[in-house]
Design a protein around this ligand. Structure first.
Ligand code: SF4
Ligand code: SF4
Length: 344
């Protein structure tokens, strides 16, 4: 496993980072066990966020008072919209993480590229926090490509975090090259495209082509961790078989598809958009029986109640026409249920 250095931060860690969003769904004991096992297995880069409920607390519990903190790198995020909220978030994160500094403090899913003098006062807060030693580096996470490009161009950020996988578009993949040119760290989230990629070796082999990309794999179960740790000694390579598999996947998933991120929710009609808008893909990429049970039939039926308010479309970072996508998936779902279309 190669080490990645995140641009000017100097942070160097194995190209196998830990995304700590899913451990929200584990209990404290399980999370601490998984996090410590990750560290013992060689993972030293951990990414969390103030918005991931108790994820920071779990990291604090795992690494806070046992001498491990200084041996790892912790990145967290704030979605604050005002300076007051920024300082409150930072204080909470430091307490939760049981630390007195954060290695990379990131603006979370920014709607714009925050800059000095833009009237929000937020970038000024970052500078002050860095001056005071509360944070070591300033980073940003984005979901909109134009905003990400502006953040790189601004020269104000030391790292960019963006969804990045072999299903990304050319323009999205080019972000890694742009960051390299600017000597800026690039952190890849959603390396499994929100669950659509189901071969970790292919995902890892794809990432390993880049010498400046740090993937943060979302890990909830010990078995998932074991899979990523198994690559520490032997990193998968882009063999002919894996290349062929990736090309097939790219053809199958070309065009606009729902990544399942859930940023468009809640929906006033109660539709579980993050699963229903990609049901056709899930039916074909995961055992279909579980998606065809009574529960999911009832969930899919809710699409009939869409009031076309377009709130989802406005919030979708991928600018998808969500109501239309839902309807398309519902039509396909009904055909699969009726046996008119085979998914096997
Ligand atoms: S347009 Fe339909 S799916 Fe989207 S938020 Fe409104 S009701 Fe929900
Ligand atoms: S429609 Fe857009 S925002 Fe909603 S889950 Fe899918 S990708 Fe995410």
């Amino acid at each position: 496993m190669r080490n990645i250095t995140l641009g000017t931060t100097g942070i160097t860690a194995p190209q196998n980072g830990f995304g700590a969003l899913p451990i929200q769904r584990d209990d404290m004991e399980t999370s601490v066990r998984i996090l410590r096992k990750a560290y013992e297995g060689g993972i030293t880069y951990f990414d969390t966020a103030r918005a991931y409920s108790d994820s920071e607390e779990k990291l604090g519990e795992a690494f806070g008072n046992n001498g491990i903190r200084e041996k790892i790198f912790i990145a967290t995020k704030t979605a604050a919209k005002t300076p007051d909220a920024f300082w409150k978030d930072l204080e909470t994160s430091l307490n939760n993480l049981k630390t007195d500094y954060i290695d990379i403090y990131q603006f979370h899913m920014v709607p714009q590229c925050f800059k000095q003098g833009d009237g929000t006062g937020l970038y000024e807060c970052m500078l002050k926090a860095k001056e005071q030693g509360m944070i070591k580096h300033i980073g940003v996470t984005a979901h909109k490509i134009a905003v990400a490009e502006e953040c790189i161009e601004s020269g104000l950020y030391e790292t960019l975090q963006f969804p990045f996988s072999y299903l990304s578009t050319k323009r999205e993949l080019n972000l890694a090259a742009l960051c390299k040119e600017k000597n800026m760290g690039f952190i890849a989230m959603k390396g499994l495209a929100g669950g659509l990629i189901n071969r970790s070796d292919a995902a890892m082999a794809f990432m390993a082509q880049y010498d400046n990309v740090m993937p943060i794999w979302g890990i909830q179960k010990e078995s998932e961790l074991d899979e990523w740790l198994s690559y520490m000694d032997k990193t998968p390579e882009l063999t002919g078989e894996i290349k062929e598999f990736i090309e097939k996947e790219q053809t199958e998933l070309a065009g606009d598809f729902c990544r399942g991120c859930g940023y468009c929710m809640p929906c006033p009609a109660g539709i579980q958009i993050n699963n229903c808008a990609r049901m056709s893909l899930m039916l074909r990429r995961a055992p279909s029986e579980s998606w065809l049970n009574d529960h999911w039939q009832a969930e899919m039926k809710k699409i009939e109640g869409c009031i076309n308010c377009r709130a989802c479309t406005t919030k979708c970072p991928y600018e998808l026409s969500t109501p239309e996508l839902l309807k398309k998936n519902y039509e396909d779902y009904k055909k699969v249920l009726a046996g008119e279309v085979s998914v096997r």
